[in-house]
Design a protein around this ligand. Sequence first.
Ligand SMILES: [Zn+2]
Length: 360
Amino acid sequence: MLIVRGAVKDYDWGIVDGLAPWSGATCGPQAELWFGVHPGGPSPLIGDDWELTGENLGDRFDVEAIPLLVKLLAAAKPLSVQVHPRRRVALEQYRAQQSQESGPRIYSDPFEKTEMLVALTEFEAFCGWRAMDQAVSMLSAIDGTEAAVAALRTGKIDVAIRTLLDLGTPDRIAQLTRAARDAGLAPAEVAAYETVAALYPDDAGALVTPLLDYLALAPGEAVYVPAGVPHSYIRGTGLEVMTSSDNVVRLGLTSKPVHVDHAINALVPDLRPQVLRTGHGDLIWPIDSPFVVRVLREGSERILSGSYRIVLLIEGSARVESEEAESSLRRGTAAVLGAGDPDAVIHAQGLVAIIQSTER
Ligand SMILES: [Zn+2]
């Protein structure tokens, strides 16, 4: 059993000091804290004296042994409209990219990125496809979108996306809020489009957001986003669990490069996200998921040897005991147990996330 701290990511969409309770640092926007071995942010190890040892988790485990990446995420404004590649696409595209001496480095690793977000506060997202009738009625309220609407009606989502990106001028983006209202969307949803139009007035990708479904999660609720499902997290603080990859292909709402062809190639049009309206303490186990998560408020839980496990203290106190080691976690630290480590028992009081790999 090893104890780690999260590696801080200060992306510009983060909440100012939004992760300070868990990062132990105040330094401006804090977007993500990473718990895992991904080379983009391997987690620093903590010694018995709670000081950093100078090593990170990747020095002790290889990538195959830590199949998951766990993050705390604090979004002050919408993250990019993005899609993650499935396993085959990630491998193919990464190999093709690495075989070229120059050119854009779009893929950071050869792995699938399937993810789940568990809301810790009220959390809003665009995720998956909006019902076609609703997307059509919203787009029809924006000038000059006939070609995109026609493509959508005939099920050509890729054509609709390319057309909307071509049409995404400031005058049309400024019509998003009224279009959402005209389409009869709920006030919270209209407000989300108002935010998009205000923050991204000249980002063509804003015009793609009417294609995406809107989702509001209460604390403890979760959305499982298999690779291939388009999404953009709008606002809130959450726990994010994913396969250990940082492959993100963007369509808009970003200052980073947009790769339309790659994003469309990574999309799986028929795939849907799964919304899990569970509460704290329930096991969150999406169908066909490579991981399961339990967010425990109070009580004890035994986690069995044989799979990768990570226990993250979000608030309160937690004690992790096995026959080889024991530790009382501090807020923002996590206990990491490899598949070969023994069973462990967790005693929680507060809010503790227990994440296990389901892959053998
Ligand atoms: Zn994502």
